[in-house]
Design a protein around this ligand. Structure first.
Ligand code: GRF
Length: 199
């Protein structure tokens, strides 16, 4: 299977996928990595692995819709079976969802539907929850609202700060991402309403 990964930052989830897909038995390879900005470690990780990259910056486009259409085109060029947002910090629009809506995965660093958005671990810590985690889901038009594939629970420790909690979540998140993407590409999936079925 062909996977395109979208990143906006450090790319540690991308790295986990690059490492996993190095084994042919995994059943998939990362054929391209896209970003919405330059100069991020995620792009360097892709280059180091010999994977082609592209950048689609919102500010280079006259409107958000045109950015969305150009992102869609850049991704489509690589004919992905699955697109994975691994810390991609932009909400995609109608063109992208029309093209990839049933095969665009995102990983979020809380147990959705609690604490959506970019400050999940901070918000979870501030709320005082004792358990949080990571959620893998198919993206729909909302923010962090799509049908859930898998979740992993992570305990909050008494002495956690945002950084220690974020790191503990990310470890579990990477492992879940690699396991579940492998399962999806090997077994296939169907989405019916909010239900994701892996045969
Ligand atoms: C992940 O924890 C993801 O849930 C959040 O941003 C982080 C991305 O980290 N949205 P990285 O770029 O994969 O290291």
């Amino acid at each position: 299977a062909r996977i395109v990964v979208l990143v906006s930052g450090s790319g540690s989830n991308l790295q986990a996928l690059l490492d996993a897909t190095a084994d042919p038995a995994y059943g998939a390879r990362v054929v391209a990595v896209g970003a919405d900005r330059d100069g991020i470690a995620g792009l360097d990780r892709a280059a180091a692995a010999g994977v082609p990259t592209f950048v689609a910056r919102l500010k280079d486009h006259p409107s958000r819709d045109e950015w969305d259409a150009s992102l869609t085109e850049r991704v489509a060029e690589h004919r992905p079976d699955l697109v994975v947002s691994a810390g991609f910090l932009k909400l995609v629009g109608p063109s992208f969802l029309a093209a990839f809506g049933d095969r665009y995965l995102n990983t979020h660093n809380t147990l959705l539907p609690a604490f959506p958005g970019i400050h999940g671990p901070r918000d979870a810590l501030a709320y005082g929850v004792k358990v949080t985690g990571a959620t893998l889901f198919f993206v729909d038009a909302g923010m962090d609202t799509g049908p859930i594939v898998a979740q992993v629970a992570v305990p909050v420790h008494e002495d956690d700060d945002v950084d220690t909690l974020t790191e503990r979540i990310k470890e579990a998140e990477r492992q879940q991402l690699v396991e579940q993407v492998g399962r999806l590409v090997r077994e296939g999936w169907t989405i019916t309403g909010r239900k994701v079925t892996v045969p």
